[in-house]
Design a protein around this ligand. Structure first.
Ligand code: ZN
Length: 110
């Protein structure tokens, strides 16, 4: 767990929009097990502590539905995984899917 949090802090300057990457880590069985055993709360508190002492920012954001939300107007734009482009029916924003979700996460963080 110490290693996991150190790696995260070392690897990412600002761990705001990176919650999705943490979710990806759960796909790694070995990591997922140690995270599940120790608990998210513990992992997050360790990252917070280490990020702080390294002078880096860490903010938890909820990644849920970030790929379905419009980063400009917050409308829900349903898309499946094959759709790589976000096209908002409400405000007309057209943006790469991943770029749009990153902006949504950034908005949730602040
Ligand atoms: Zn929109």
């Amino acid at each position: 767990m110490h290693q996991v949090s150190s790696q995260l802090v070392w690897k990412y300057g600002k761990i705001v929009a990176e919650d999705l990457k943490i979710q990806n880590m759960l796909k790694n069985h070995h990591l997922a097990k140690s995270i599940a055993d120790a608990g998210w709360g513990y992992l997050f508190s360790m990252i917070t502590y280490k990020a702080e002492s390294a002078g880096r920012e860490f903010e938890r954001v909820i990644a849920y539905n970030s790929s379905q939300e419009c980063s400009r107007c917050s409308a829900i734009v349903r898309k499946d995984l094959a759709q790589r482009v976000h096209r908002c029916h409400n405000c007309g924003l057209v943006l790469d899917r991943d770029h749009n979700s990153a902006l949504v996460l950034e908005k949730r963080a602040s």
